[in-house]
Design a protein around this ligand. Structure first.
Ligand code: APR
Length: 232
């Protein structure tokens, strides 16, 4: 019987690409069509909240229309099937991990299905179409924003993430270009704490050389194969 492992999986936009959700840095990606400063910073939101809500309303609609793919499903099987302990830390703001059945998921960059009051900090479930002048259910002020971590803001639940990386036996990075910190530092942090590290990505990321092993191809093939190998 295999020794139960503490596994931390980091996912990025690449795991949802085959569900039809655009990645960020591809030639036809989200950041090619939009200026990051306009739609993904607090300053951009302060300047033009209508534009920012339009951008996230469209992304929320795309996420709601998408279905989890074989990679999301394989990770859910790994969590449910034991004997290993699995934490998914995702940079993605869609809910495809949860809809595939994963339970132990940290959305470090926030979530499209959340609304946040930037006046009082209240959080509530996002309506399908969010308006900047919708009143906060707690304080009543028209200060509704998507519960998304923008550039210049601090990702969520970092203390839990660093603790999990310190205790990991295996760290696996799936579908991320490794260009955004702090997530880009996770492989090195886990390795320094003694974890084996594995990259599963369509093509070599900026950080491929830092991993003990890298496998390249579509997530819907690589992830089920890796999970099958681990579960025996
Ligand atoms: N299977 C596996 N990997 C894929 C697939 C696929 N089908 N399709 C694309 N990829 C890979 C790409 O090769 C790329 O390396 O997924 C990666 C996606 O990279 P990015 O678009 O940069 O997305 P991500 O790494 O998640 O971005 C991180 O940056 O813009 C911010 O907040 C945003 O959370 C996001 C963060």
């Amino acid at each position: 019987m295999t020794r139960p492992l503490n596994i931390v999986v980091l996912t990025g936009a690449g795991i949802s690409a085959e569900s039809g959700i655009a990645t960020f840095r591809a030639a036809d990606g989200l950041w090619e069509a939009h200026r990051i400063e306009e739609v993904a910073t607090p300053e951009g939101f302060a300047r033009d909240p209508v534009l920012v809500h339009r951008f996230y309303n469209a992304r929320r609609a795309a996420a709601m229309a998408a279905q989890p793919n074989a990679a999301h499903v394989a990770l859910a099987r790994l969590e449910a099937g034991g004997p290993h302990r699995l934490l998914i830390v995702t940079q993605n703001v869609d809910d495809l991990h949860e809809r595939a059945g994963s339970r132990n998921v940290i959305h470090m960059h926030g979530a499209l299905n959340g609304a946040l009051c930037h006046a009082c900090g209240e959080r509530w479930p996002a309506p399908p179409v969010m308006r900047h002048d919708a009143p906060c259910p707690a304080c009543g002020r028209p200060a509704t924003r998507p519960d998304i971590v923008w550039f210049g803001e601090i990702p969520y639940r970092m203390d839990e993430i660093w603790d999990a990386l310190a205790e990991a036996d295996l760290f696996v990075s799936i579908g991320t270009s490794g260009q955004v910190y702090p997530a880009a530092a996770f492989a090195q942090t886990a390795a320094r704490a003694g974890a084996r590290t594995l990259e599963l990505n369509l093509d070599p990321s900026a950080l491929s050389h830092e991993f003990d092993e890298a496998r390249h191809g579509p997530a819907t093939q690589l992830v089920p194969d890796w999970v099958a190998g681990l579960m025996g």
